[in-house]
Design a protein around this ligand. Structure first.
Ligand code: SF4
Length: 371
C-alpha cells in the first residue's frame, strides 16, 4: 500500500527541498536521459523558470515520439449532483442549497444521444459522492445502458472497494480518475470537513484498490489552488512511481485542474495559491520530462488561448463542449454547473483547432474487442 511509502516523506521538508533547488540542479536534471524524482523536484522548482523554453521543446519532442501528433477527445457526462460530502471548493457540496438531480435511465439515454451527435466515443461518467443515490448498483446500470454507444468508458465518482471496481470492469469500465485533491495530509481535512471524503487515508489507498482490481487506466491528480502546487506535484509523482512499480500492467494519466471560482454567492471561499499560465506550462513539461508515456489531460476549465497553446506542449487528451451539470446536454441545460467552463467552443471547433496545428483529433482510441 502507498501510505507507508508516503509517510516516509514530510511535506515541509519536500517543499523546502524544492525551493532550495538551483540552476545547476535544473541543468543536471535536463541533461539526464531518464529523470528521477529528485530531478522532478528541480524541474518544478522556481529555479527552472529560465529553462522553460528548453523544457517545452523537449516536452513537445518526447510527446510526439511517444504519442504521435494526436490529441484524444473525451467528454464528461454528469449523472448526478447529489453529494454527501462537504468540499469547500465545490458547487455540489452538501451544504450548498441547490436543486439536486440524478438522471433516470431515460434521461441518461437522452444525454447519450446529444453526446453521440457531437461525435464522441469516449465518455467520462461523473457523479457526486452519495452511496444511496449513486451507489455501485446505479453505476453498474448506467454503464450497461451506455456501453453500446461508447468505445471507452471512464469514471470519476466516489472511491469504491476492490470487488466493486472488478464488477464495474466486467461491465465495461476502462478508466477511473481518482484525484487526491491535495497530498497535504494535515490540511486535507480543512477542505473536506464532512463526509466520507474527509478520510484522507482511504482516498489515498484507492489507486491501490484500482490496481488490484485490474482497472486498465488510473488517473491521478490534485486540485491546483489548495496547497503549494510544486509540493503537491512531487507527491503525485511519488504516488505515480509507486503505482507503476506495483501495478506495472496499468496505464496512468495525470490531470491538474486549476480551481475556478464557483458558487461564491453561497459563501464558498476563494483560493489564494494561484498558479499562473507559465507555471502550468512548467508543470506539464516537468511531467513529460519525467515520464514520456504518461497521459496528460486538460479540461475545459482552462481558457481558449491556453488550451490552443497546450496542444503542442505535452498534453495528450482534452475535453470539449463539456457540461458539468447533470442533464446539461439535453435534459436540464440551465441547472447549476459544478465549476465554470472557460473554453465553451464546440467539439467540432476544437477538432478544427487541433487539425490546424497539424495534429489529429482522436475520437476513439480503444476497442474492447481488441483486448
Ligand atoms: S468535489 Fe465531489 S465529493 Fe466534493 S462536494 Fe463536489 S461532488 Fe461532492
Amino acid at each position: 500500500m502507498f501510505y507507508p511509502v508516503f509517510q516516509q516523506y514530510n511535506w515541509q521538508e519536500v517543499a523546502d527541498s524544492i525551493y532550495a533547488q538551483t540552476s545547476e540542479d535544473v541543468l543536471r536534471a535536463l541533461q539526464r536521459p531518464r529523470r528521477t524524482l529528485e530531478d522532478f523536484k528541480a524541474l518544478v522548482s522556481p529555479a527552472a523558470k529560465p529553462f522553460l523554453e528548453r523544457m517545452a521543446v523537449e516536452s513537445r519532442a518526447l510527446t510526439r515520439q511517444r504519442f504521435g501528433k494526436t490529441i484524444q477527445l473525451y467528454v464528461p457526462l454528469y449523472l448526478s449532483n447529489v453529494c454527501q460530502n462537504i468540499c469547500t471548493y465545490c458547487a455540489f457540496s452538501m451544504d450548498n442549497h441547490i436543486p439536486r438531480k440524478t438522471l433516470t435511465d431515460a434521461e441518461i439515454l437522452q444525454e447519450v444521444q446529444a453526446i453521440k451527435a457531437m461525435g464522441y466515443e469516449h465518455v467520462l461518467l461523473v457523479t457526486g459522492e452519495a452511496s444511496h443515490e449513486v451507489g455501485v448498483a446505479y453505476l453498474q446500470n448506467a454503464i450497461r445502458l451506455i456501453k453500446p454507444f461508447f468505445a471507452h468508458i471512464s469514471l470519476e465518482v466516489q472511491p469504491l472497494q476492490e470487488d466493486e471496481y472488478a464488477l464495474l470492469k466486467a461491465e465495461g469500465l476502462h478508466t477511473v480518475l481518482m484525484y487526491q485533491e491535495t497530498y497535504h495530509e494535515a490540511n486535507y481535512k480543512q477542505y473536506h470537513p464532512k463526509g466520507r471524503k474527509s478520510n484522507f487515508v482511504y482516498r489515498l489507498a484507492t489507486p491501490d484498490r484500482l490496481g488490484k482490481a485490474g482497472i486498465h487506466k488510473i488517473g491521478l491528480g490534485t486540485l491546483i489552488g489548495l496547497e503549494d502546487w510544486r509540493t503537491d506535484a512531487f507527491f503525485t509523482a511519488l504516488h505515480l512511481q509507486y503505482l507503476e512499480q506495483t501495478y506495472w500492467q496499468t496505464k496512468y494519466s495525470v490531470s491538474f485542474p486549476r480551481l475556478r471560482p464557483i458558487a461564491q454567492e453561497q459563501g464558498h471561499k476563494t483560493f489564494s495559491k494561484y498558479m499562473n499560465d507559465a507555471e502550468l506550462v512548467q508543470l506539464i513539461c516537468a511531467y513529460r520530462l519525467l515520464r514520456d508515456d504518461l497521459e496528460i489531460s486538460m479540461s475545459t476549465r482552462e481558457q481558449e488561448r491556453f488550451r490552443d497553446h497546450a496542444v503542442q506542449l505535452g498534453i495528450t487528451s482534452m475535453s470539449a463542449g463539456s457540461k458539468t451539470n447533470p442533464g446539461g446536454y439535453a435534459v436540464a441545460p440551465q441547472s447549476l454547473e459544478q465549476f465554470e467552463i472557460s473554453d465553451e467552443r464546440s467539439p467540432a471547433v476544437i477538432a478544427a483547432m487541433i487539425k490546424a496545428q497539424g495534429y489529429e483529433p482522436v475520437w476513439k482510441d480503444w476497442d474492447q474487442t481488441l483486448c
